[in-house]
Design a protein around this ligand. Sequence first.
Ligand code: 3PG
Length: 307
Amino acid sequence: MKKVLIATEKPFAPAAVEQIKIVLEEAGYQLNLLEKYTDVDEFKKAVEDVDALVVRSDKVTREIIEAAANLKIVVRAGAGYDNLDLDACSEKGIVAMNTPGQNSNAVAELAFGMMIYQARNGFDGTSGKELRGKKLGIHAFGNVGKFVAEIAKGFGMIIYAYDPYVPKIEIEKYGVKVVGSAEELYKTCQYVSLNIPANEETIRSIGYQLISLMPKGATIVNTARKEVVNEDELLKTFEERPDFSYLSDVAPDCKENIESNYKKRYVFTTKKMGAQTSEANIKAGIAAARQIVNYLEKGDTKFQVNK
Ligand code: 3PG
């Protein structure tokens, strides 16, 4: 019997685990669950004899891969796969996949949750601001960016996007104005939603040079990765611009500095929370389980990311 391990330091909603179990049981597979683990040794032990692995932001390092003697496939139930050591997977012939798009609406909704919370001064009873009529820049128009655009329309925002990898015509279909450079996006928009992946090109790429171009009331909404922001330059911006706010569903390393010195100008969730809804967990979890079955039974590599 094939064994599938779900290793989630931040567990899926119970309903999602139930549904994943149904998909795996139908295929005759066994589900092993390792949730809220605190020690990497627990993860190493649990992965030892499994054929397939499902994770979220859990770090699948070379050490984990080496401990997994039978592993054939690892699926990151979510979009960003910067937590997987792809080289280590490839070297051992292990297929790595993600489940693109499945949790994107949840992430986009949280971006707006944070924007409203900030615009209304943390619901502290004072007069806040509205989103209607404000300019929103979507930095990278992938799956999350599309949902951000859809929701922003409902709020009556004026929407711009920059994505050198998506044809202009594709973005314009969403009623979004396309700009030709990141500089233009930041110069135009009071709100910028970061929806870029974390990779060599983007890590620490969002810094003073871009943010300082933003108009008054500049607000960066980061539901991507903390690593894409240059934190030294983030602090410099906080220091120089009293009108600047930073909203993020994952706290930066310089969180304490911001919390002590720049009150009311930030929102940080306790854990990475963008994808933390039952709906997103169910969709991403079921997709991961199906992809595992399709790969192990039929060799389907559609969502492979380490080709
Ligand atoms: C993703 O890349 O899919 C999101 O950042 C969600 O991450 P999570 O599964 O750890 O919540």
